[in-house]
Design a protein. Structure first.
Length: 463
């Protein structure tokens, strides 16, 4: 199914009309206007998101409640859902709150060249943008391919990749762990999984950062990335291998090249930058929080705890677009109009004071292992469990090898000087300068022919 066919499909509203709010009064507000005239929109371009977003969330919660009327750059209105229960309701109801931007009542008002458009409004036949049975057919193609990755082989590969990267800077005594380690490691691992050349990874890194950063080049990056996915797809059709792309193509249900390419792009985009920031945020936490800093010497268990704490307190994606209301409804204490855009406040909902994360009598806060956070989403569009496992293995293995090799690693600048991504959506660190005692290299070579390494795929009878 191509994009034009998908966009021409009727929007599925019927099942949602039963949720129509009795509080919505169509006569008091023009159709398509998501907010009442007296509403005060909170700007999401505020620099406070870079400094201390949780302070902003506390202020929002106190002044506006669990659902906040906000304004995106360019004067585009939306609702930011920051209540845990309210976010659970939105993500758990794909009928009333589908991920279907064709419903958007503000599309006609979007400024030309709006840089956030590629991230928010890409109606296309992909796993992230389809609904209902069409969405489930994409899930049935992508998830088995992800589940077939041999996680033991992936861990070995990540150890090799991490050692090779550390060898490039371990003799200096200083490094930028974002540029030198956190960025290249996940892309190299994804190259191994997807079967593309590792040198292509540097191109993907730049394009993915431009796409999610919402900068002026974002609009031109999306079609370039889609074209690169189509080229990868064509290469695997001509020469299948032991890789995820070939595995997806082996499914009996036919998809168009556009659908395959868009699904590949969705999986790579969702798997790359969040993993980069998961690594960076976890290392930062372990070097600035006394609960973890004292445990670095024996570190493997504390690495997992720090990574879980990051998913609660400092998730790589703090706001995720989006959902669209299929009909008028009531959410929290707000009237939501049909077609309104809802932004998922993942980090804010995790910090909802109504969520009890207190440790029990016999364990500390970092020993609970509570994974009821929203870092991976929730509901029908939640990150597939196999993808979560892959990201966790890449991040945890990389951090463990890093701390094993450089046990006295420390920040080279005060923690307050670390610069966050200039975006309300992402919560990564742009640079992570560190210092350590120089050590010898291991001599680990680059990973040649990674995508064809035996043992990449689990042996299954169902695929």
């Amino acid at each position: 199914m191509d994009s034009a066919t998908y966009n021409s499909l009727p929007v599925q509203r019927d099942a949602a009309t039963q949720h129509r709010s009795p509080l919505a009064d169509d006569s008091t507000e023009p159709s398509g206007c998501p907010f009442r005239p007296e509403s005060t929109l909170v700007p999401l371009s505020d620099n406070g998101f870079r400094a201390d977003p949780h302070e902003l969330y506390r202020t929002m919660r106190h002044e506006h409640g669990p659902v906040v009327a906000v304004e995106l750059p360019g004067g585009v209105p939306a609702w930011l859902v920051i209540g845990y229960l309210e976010l659970h309701q939105v993500t758990g109801d794909p009928v009333l709150f589908p991920r279907d931007s064709r419903l958007w009542n503000q599309r006609a008002n979007i400024p030309a060249g709006w840089p956030l458009l590629p991230m928010i409004d890409q109606p296309n036949p992909s796993i992230t943008s389809t609904v209902g049975a069409i969405h489930r057919s994409h899930v049935a193609m992508v998830e088995p391919a992800l589940e077939s990755v041999d996680l033991v082989a992936l861990r070995r590969t990540c150890e090799h990749l991490a050692d090779h990267l550390i060898d490039t800077f371990c003799g200096r005594g200083t490094a930028d762990l974002v540029a030198d380690f956190a960025e290249p490691l996940p892309m190299s691992a994804l190259a191994w999984i997807f079967g593309f050349a590792e040198e292509d990874g540097s191109q993907f890194i730049g394009m993915l950062k431009a796409l999610t950063g919402g900068g002026p080049d974002a609009g031109s990056v999306y079609p370039r990335l889609a074209k690169r996915m189509q080229q990868l797809l064509a290469a695997k059709r001509a020469r299948p291998g032991a890789d995820l792309v070939s595995r997806m193509l082996s499914r009996p249900e036919p998809f168009t090249d556009a659908e395959y390419a868009l699904d590949l792009l969705a999986v790579i985009a969702a798997g790359y930058l969040p993993t980069v920031d998961w690594i960076g945020n976890s290392v930062r936490l372990m070097r600035t929080d006394d609960r973890f800093a004292g445990a670095l010497g024996g570190g493997r268990h504390s690495v997992a705890h720090a990574m879980n704490e990051v998913l609660w307190e400092d998730p790589p994606i703090q706001i995720f677009p989006g959902r669209w209301a299929a009909s008028d409804t009531r959410l929290g204490d707000k009237d939501i109009r049909a077609g309104d855009l809802l932004l998922l406040g993942l980090a804010a909902a995790n910090a909802d004071p109504h969520v009890d994360r207190q440790p029990t009598e016999n364990c500390t806060a970092i020993d609970t292992g509570n994974s009821a956070h929203f870092a991976f989403g929730h509901g029908e569009y939640r990150c597939p469990f196999a993808a979560q496992q892959i990201a966790e293995i890449i991040a945890q293995t990389g951090i463990e090898v890093l701390l094993d090799r450089l046990p006295d690693l420390d920040l080279a600048v005060p923690a307050a000087n670390l610069v966050r991504c200039p975006s309300p959506f992402l919560r990564g660190i742009t640079s992570l300068p560190v210092r350590f005692t120089p050590v010898r290299t291991t001599g680990t070579p680059p990973l040649a022919g990674a995508a064809h390494t035996p043992g990449l795929w689990r042996s299954t009878n169902s695929h």
